[in-house]
Design a protein around this ligand. Sequence first.
Ligand SMILES: Cc1cc2nc3c(=O)[nH]c(=O)nc-3n(C[C@H](O)[C@H](O)[C@H](O)COP(=O)(O)OP(=O)(O)OC[C@H]3O[C@@H](n4cnc5c(N)ncnc54)[C@H](O)[C@@H]3O)c2cc1C
Length: 500
Amino acid sequence: MSNRETKTDVILIGAGIMSATLGTLLKELVPDWKIAVFEKLSKAGEESSNEWNNAGTGHAALCELNYTTEKPDGSVDISKAININEQFQVSMQFWSYLVNSKLIHNPQEFIMPLPHMSLVQGEQNVTFLKKRFEALSNNPLFQGMEFSDDPEKLMEWIPLIMQDRTANEPIAATKIDSGTDVNFGSLTRMLFDHLESQNVDINYKQSVQDIKRTSDGLWELKVRNLDSGIIERHTAKFVFIGGGGGSLHLLQKSGIPEGKHMGGFPVSGIFMVCKNPDVVAQHHAKVYGKAKVGAPPMSVPHLDTRFIDNQKSLLFGPFAGFSPKFLKTGSLFDLVTSVKPDNLLTMLSAGAKNMSLTNYLVQQVMLSKEKRMEELREFIPSAKSEDWDFVIAGQRVQVIKDTEAGGKGTLQFGTEVVSAADGSIAALLGASPGASTAVHVMLEVITKCFPEHVKEWEPKMKEMIPSYGVSLMENPELLHEIHTLTAQTLGLSEKKPAFS
Ligand SMILES: Cc1cc2nc3c(=O)[nH]c(=O)nc-3n(C[C@H](O)[C@H](O)[C@H](O)COP(=O)(O)OP(=O)(O)OC[C@H]3O[C@@H](n4cnc5c(N)ncnc54)[C@H](O)[C@@H]3O)c2cc1C
């Protein structure tokens, strides 16, 4: 039964950071366009974007070792790190624009300055870290990075990690003070509050069940009201599928050829959390280590200071695991129902290629608390079991597709914008680097889907993102100016009193 039908310019599916960002960008570019949002949960930012469902790292490649690889000649490839850093600068500029324009307030509720560090042990790893440091610290994007293999210096930087450490293996770290902890849940909620004040029609507890093309070229969504069970139909000229893990199923329903031969592989995550103020007070950084052999890149262990609900805590993990759900609130049938005739071969090939990964993930799920504590003690030798609890994090659905380099069914670890040739619909798949690069990724959606407007929108784009269309690495003066301004606006330059 259907009792409401609407027509609008834009529909955003899902109320996570991606829809929040795209909606906010579009409202600034074309305030007259009518936008509607359909979200199946009762609030915004409750799935992967929620602060407890992700690690809150402002990914700028300042500490993540998996963004730099060693080339066969022994040199370090930093091209990926440069890309990610440039993308994060785009987010920082847009957030600063929103604060300066008073569209959002109190940046300290979503972003805090926090040193980012990489930590390694063993001679080979120390040599790699030093080479990585030399390659990065010569680049303007990574200015201010320090390296040390002196245990006394490291004790000063990371006392909790260094005290009671008995192993006498070489150990080294890099540290850069311009890192951040980002509360993406809080930011998502702020952006949705702003969109609501701009008359965006936001509908919670409404699950999108189907997407079909109409004869006049619009998209019609079949939406179920989860309270009443009533089905409504809503049409739009442009649809963004920002359903996080739920996007693949919706993309498949749209039937666009660009969405064929693609699949998804869910990786779940568990963090350990410590709220004991005595322990929390001894650590102030995000410290990223090296992934274990056979572990997927998103399970690089890290020990992070987090700022959530005006409270400082420590988070360790993630421990990767396997669950067939595509969303934390999803169904156990998500993986099976994502297999369609067009992606069957792709999925079977991926299954055959990734047996060892699946085994690894299943083993990870079975780990006892004591086993997890052993991994934590590689970071904090004196960690006590009673100080640490578990938090179930969000699901990350990695994209599976056929690629020239990897062949059929290759597992991808990045994000992927899939859009129809006529730009009338786009979906975001994948989850890494994730929320940190939301602004860059949503600009990609805009460029792909609204090419006819890009020229006309350019002046506003430059107002919101001064480096729009420019490489900051190649313009160190602009980079310095932007760094100074964003740090001031977002409150990242002054030393803040630590939360208790
Ligand atoms: C363990 C973990 C750690 C991470 N760490 C980081 C990090 O440190 N830094 C970082 O930048 N990123 C990180 N990420 C990635 C980041 O969290 C995601 O990339 C980002 O939150 C995705 O935002 P989204 O809006 O696409 O999806 P989501 O936030 O998941 O939002 C999607 C929304 O769509 C809704 N939805 C789905 N299907 C439907 C439907 N059919 N109808 C209506 N609504 C629907 C869902 O309910 C949900 O609210 C991490 C992710 C995980 C899981």
